[in-house]
Design a protein around this ligand. Structure first.
Ligand SMILES: Cc1ncc(C[n+]2csc(CCOP(=O)(O)OP(=O)(O)O)c2C)c(N)n1
Ligand SMILES: [Mg+2]
Length: 354
């Protein structure tokens, strides 16, 4: 029996609507994510804590309360936070000198990090490491390393240790793209693949090594492809998107844990501030327009908008959280200011393992 025109029209409309729904579903960044609403809010909070903490640290640096080297992670927060969400507490983390975000997300308290920046004895490295050397071995935060690329082989060592002892912890190692041009990067990736080590290497490609654009220093711009020389799984990640960071790190961490297969991830990200506190924000090596264009991809603002749009966390709740975080950061300043400097006798302690 022939369909009436009205029935046919209704069916066509239903098919069209279903297609629309399917497309919207595919585009939903939260689709298939195995994080609860509480986890998503925690991830947002961790990024915001890092941002507010560093804004305050920059202010205190300007007032000469904090001295020495200090490299801010502004703009890159989604990398450490997304990756950490894919790790277990007992997994090892190791990174370079741009380490405030990594230390905070691995559980070193704002008080201990701020006191370390101030060079006070209550700091996580007893005031003797400073901004570039944030450590807490109990929390499996293995630093904070100032020698570019120097910690890449250490990560292989931690992973070797876990495998040797029959433990299933994974090591996640972060480094800047310029570190991938150190010879030790290649030597270590070769060994990690050969020895099947449970390690995930995350290259934070923020496009500059100090004032050198990576396009001027790399013969091949897809840095992750370097892993193909070692038959290692590899992937490029949107480092401005905390969910992409989480998903791709999770895949890599699970593979490392279950099959002892290492991975190289290249997180494409951007630092909003200068290389260190002594550098201007854009200097001569990048334009104001470029910085502004990248700021439109702010990982915190964009993730906040998504949570708001999806009805997970609204703007009032975000404002309350921001106030609470600012209070925590202000308290960390009070804590650091009230703390003592290390005593002179401490000059020779913590130099060698006792
Ligand atoms: C072996 C070594 N060479 C040079 C330096 C000086 N230096 C400090 S930071 C830096 C740039 C590193 O850039 P990248 O690895 O991309 O990390 P980012 O600063 O962008 O996070 C250089 C060359 C150093 N610390 N160690
Ligand atoms: Mg860089």
């Amino acid at each position: 029996m022939a369909k009436t025109a009205a029935v046919k029209k209704k069916q066509e409309k239903e098919t069209k609507n279903k297609k629309k729904e399917r497309l919207a579903d595919q585009k939903n960044p939260l689709k298939d994510i195995d994080l609860s609403s509480d986890d998503l809010i925690r991830v947002y909070r961790e990024m915001l804590l890092i941002r507010r903490f560093e804004e305050k640290a920059a202010q205190m640096y300007g007032m000469e309360k904090i001295m020495g080297f200090c490299h801010l992670y502004n703009g890159q927060e989604a990398v450490a936070v997304g990756a950490n969400a894919a790790m277990r507490e007992s997994d090892y983390m190791v990174t370079a000198y741009r380490d405030h975000g990594h230390a905070l997300v691995k559980g070193i308290t704002p008080n201990e990090v701020m006191a370390e920046l101030y060079g006070k004895v209550t700091g996580c490295s007893r005031g003797k490491g400073g901004s570039m050397h944030l450590f807490d071995a109990d929390k499996r935060m293995m630093g904070g390393h100032a020698i570019v690329g120097g910690h890449i082989p250490l990560a292989a060592g931690f992973a070797f240790g876990s495998k040797y002892k029959g433990e299933d912890d994974v090591t996640v190692c972060f480094f800047g793209e310029a570190a991938a041009n150190q010879g030790v990067f290649h030597e270590t990736l070769n060994m990690a693949a050969l020895w099947k080590l449970p390690v995930v290497y995350i290259c934070e490609n923020n496009r500059y090594g100090m004032g050198t654009a990576f396009e001027r220093a790399f013969a091949v711009w897809d840095i992750y492809e370097r892993a193909s020389a070692y038959d290692m799984p590899r992937s490029v990640v949107d480092g401005m998107d905390v969910l992409d960071m989480y998903r791709k790190t999770k895949e890599a961490v699970d593979r490392a844990r279950e099959e002892h297969i290492p991975t190289l991830l290249e997180a494409r990200t951007y630092r909003f501030r200068g290389h260190s506190m002594s550098d201007p924000i854009h200097g001569h090596y990048r334009t104001k327009e470029e910085v502004e264009e990248m700021k439109a991809k702010d990982p915190i603002l964009n993730f906040g908008d998504l949570l708001n749009k999806e009805g997970i966390f609204n703007q009032d709740e975000m404002k309350d959280m921001d106030d609470e975080i600012k209070k925590i950061v202000n308290e960390s300043i009070e804590f650091a200011e009230k703390s003592e400097e290390p005593p002179l006798e401490d000059l020779y302690t913590d130099v060698y393992v006792e």
